[in-house]
Design a protein around this ligand. Structure first.
Ligand SMILES: [Zn+2]
Length: 255
């Protein structure tokens, strides 16, 4: 449904023409190795001019100006900002809004990006969920704040989950596996480790808050395995680029 390999759009949002939601891949762009090509992360060691060119190209494909974007400055925490306008939101791993023409942006490389849309209240959210944020409950906390601020109904919510580290690749140590239910863990050849199903963990958190399973779209792509398509911190280490995703409502009153 999407012929441009530099970005992903999620089919679950197709019925909502007022919504803009997309996630970048590493395909295209002007960054050079090891950040080739469409690196969106400014704090990665890459040439910032190239990152800004990559971002500008991506945003313009979506018909969005950088001045319309609310960026989260992520720290693997659980702080959520309800935003009214574009800008940079420090120390936030999730953003929510019901303002049209304010597009919420998150960056990832292995952590899962989650995008929420509640079509009746026209509220959106973007969440960055790695194991730390997920275990600390950033997803249910975001749902609670959407209910509190915008009176959304979680039964109406549509959720898209982008690429991330899948369970076959998600090695974790004791610090992680002691905190999660056995059902999300599988055995690892090293007895000090397990494989963690972070996607399954997030899915359960969503459905426990009455999000309908049919309303959750999982891309099911592994960032570590799909080297041509995605950056991966687990695979590439500190010299890993980042993808960016955004979601927001385009106010078409002027059209
Ligand atoms: Zn993998």
């Amino acid at each position: 449904m999407n012929s441009d390999p530099s970005l992903i759009r999620f089919s679950i949002f197709t019925p909502f023409p007022e919504l803009v939601c997309a996630f970048s891949t590493r395909i295209g762009g002007v960054s050079e190795s090891p950040y080739d090509g469409q690196n969106m992360g400014l704090k990665t060691g890459d040439d910032p001019d190239n990152v800004l060119r990559n971002r500008k190209s991506f945003f313009s494909k979506l018909g969005i100006s950088e001045k319309e974007i609310a960026f989260s400055d992520q720290i693997h925490g659980t702080k959520i900002a309800a935003v009214f306008k574009p800008g940079v939101y420090e120390s936030c791993d999730a953003l929510i809004t019901n303002e049209p023409n304010t597009f919420l942006a998150i960056q990832t490389a292995d952590c899962f990006p989650l995008f929420f849309y509640e079509p009746q209240q026209k509220a959106v959210a973007a969440v960055h969920a790695g194991w730390r944020g997920a275990i600390s409950g950033i997803v249910p906390a975001t749902l609670d704040l959407l209910v509190e601020k915008y009176r959304i109904q979680t039964e109406q919510l549509r959720v898209a989950i982008g690429p991330g580290l899948q369970k076959e690749c998600f090695e974790v140590g004791e610090v992680v596996f002691k905190q999660v239910d056995e059902k999300f863990l599988t055995k690892h050849p090293d007895r000090q480790k397990r494989y963690f199903d972070l996607y399954g963990f997030l899915f359960d958190q969503l459905t426990e808050k009455n999000v309908l399973p049919d309303h959750i779209f999982d891309l099911n792509h592994c960032t570590k395995c799909l080297e041509q398509r995605y950056f991966s911190f687990r695979r590439d280490g500190k010299q890993s680029g980042r993808m960016i995703g955004l979601i927001g409502i385009r106010n078409t009153d002027n059209f």
